[in-house]
Ligand binder design. Sequence first.
Ligand SMILES: *Cc1c(COP(=O)(O)O)cnc(C)c1O
Length: 344
Amino acid sequence: MNHLTADFRSDTVTRPTEGMLRAMASAPVGDDVLGDDPTVQRLEAVLAERFGMEAGLFCPSGTMTNQIAVKVHTRPGDELICSKLAHVYNYEGGGLAFNSGVQVRVGGDDYGRLTADDADALLQPMDNVHAAPTRLIVAENTSNKGGGTTLGLASLRELGAFARTHRLGYHLDGARLFNALVADRESPEDYGPLFDSISICLSKGLGAPVGSVLLGSAAFIAEARRIRKRLGGGMRQAGYLAAAGLYALDHHVDRLAEDHARAASLAAFIQQLDFVAEIKPAATNMVLFRLVEDADAAALLAHLKASGIRLIAMDRHWLRAVLHYDVGEPELNRLRSALARWTA
Ligand SMILES: *Cc1c(COP(=O)(O)O)cnc(C)c1O
């Protein structure tokens, strides 16, 4: 791939800006496994404080922060409840079974939303020895496979009240939580008190090259730190990477609104193409659309690739275009005209 490619596959493809690289190069570092990397500690403290939680843990990926959280919240043989579209269930390589030995019970709608009523229908009867004990609810905001849907604080609070009533853990996969905060004009400090743990990716729309942070209580994060080490996720002079995250939090949050506006505009364009059968509402930075029955998704991807444009297939029917800071108006125009040139 070269710099002329307009890469809409994911917001993970962003490369660090000059300012970010400068911040990384000048970061004070130490050995984070020995507990003395000041930049990692600052990133963990800044995010914990912003969300009103006690502590944070810097990890190599959002898969690891989610997997560690599930491991701390559960014991083998337990069950967790999540959306049928959840990343932890669909896209983490069977990690829930591999790492934690838990079962999953899924529900909710086609946009990644899971209500308290949905969870109630999935809850196991705790006094029945035939059933796996339900221990945890995982919510995902925004929902990736749902099309970047935001769940909204009101619904998340109802689900949280349900979790508390039934003494379940409540984890948020907030890989793109900042997209939700910007789109719904929500405050991070409303999120901390609601959840037992929150995972946040710095390597998606925020534009850092690597890294996610897990937030929770001091005791939760102490246990999570032990599991991170076990999984091989302890990194040494990780401050160089944490510096990119700190830079992103200062410079790349407000601009997410530009990605959202471009996604909405792209969705309006895609909606009226005659080879498109269905499109999910573009609430944040992605556009998921399904082609009509006789259109060949692989052929469309090849046509776009020949024009230096890349999209991703979610499955055999659904395609995804994601907006991020490395695709602006010129790239969006190229995508629009390449789509307009195609006939199914
Ligand atoms: C990307 C993503 C993750 C974590 O992915 P990594 O590539 O492991 O960092 C987790 N949850 C959701 C919803 C995601 O989109």
